[in-house]
Design a protein around this ligand. Structure first.
Ligand SMILES: [Zn+2]
Length: 231
């Protein structure tokens, strides 16, 4: 069995994933009997410390957009689906992004976890930050989350899915347990926790239906990962 992690960004009526498509995604996952796991459960599964149902999914939202609160959160609450939102801490409170009040309300629901997506969301391969610059940006984000949410950020999402060995080393030394990429695929037991794979949500509704068929079959799934590699 392997865990499917779905990557969402905006949920709004003018975007690729409308609230209607998002709700249909959740209904489809329920219809197909997918278990909605927390990221901690996924982490413990790949480390061999926990078993999970054959069909397990985790939902993630990158960048911390405001519509994650106004559109996605009511739907997640309605169905009790768990999710992780990866915050760009420099953007919190800015137009179109979540503010701390909304984030705290979502966190208090017990179904949404907030983790780090850096402070400044740099293009890693383009900007080639030094190790120290990378550490500073990540630690700033981690400290802002700790200060506002009174929790330690344990998981990290690489902006634009860009990472290398140095980046992984920095995450480890910064105390993160895992990292989420945009490498396509699902996550088997023993998957490197710093290189978790995801699938990127696309409309229309049949997109997810097709992906569930592919990723519930290990043979198809491996071929698909080899052909497409990145989201
Ligand atoms: Zn991002």
């Amino acid at each position: 069995m392997s865990v499917l992690i779905i990557c969402y960004h905006n949920i709004n009526k003018n975007g690729m994933i409308t609230p209607e498509i998002f709700e249909k995604n959740i209904k489809l996952l329920i219809e197909k009997k997918y278990y909605s796991a927390t990221l901690d459960e996924v982490y413990n599964y790949i480390n061999g410390k926990k078993t999970l149902p054959d069909k397990t999914v985790h939902l993630t939202f990158d960048d911390g957009y405001k519509d994650n609160y106004s559109e996605a959160f009511p739907i997640l609450k309605k169905y009790g689906f768990k999710a992780t939102v990866f915050l760009i801490t420099s953007q919190v409170g800015l137009l179109g992004h979540l503010n701390w009040e909304e984030i705290l309300e979502m966190q208090d629901s017990g179904i949404i976890d907030f983790e780090s997506h850096t402070h400044s969301h740099p293009r890693y391969f383009l900007m080639k930050p030094s190790k120290q610059e990378l550490i500073d940006d990540i630690m700033l984000s981690k400290n802002i989350i700790k200060g506002n949410l009174k929790k330690e950020s344990k998981y990290f999402c690489y902006p634009y899915g860009e990472y290398d060995e140095l980046y992984v080393d920095v995450l480890k030394s910064a105390g993160f347990l895992g990292g989420l990429t945009l490498d396509i695929g699902s996550n088997d037991i023993n998957q490197n926790p710093y290189l978790l794979k995801r699938i990127d949500a696309r409309g229309p509704e049949k997109w997810l239906r097709n992906r569930l068929v592919i990723y519930s079959n290990q043979f198809f799934s491996k071929i698909y990962e080899k052909v497409y590699k990145k989201i």
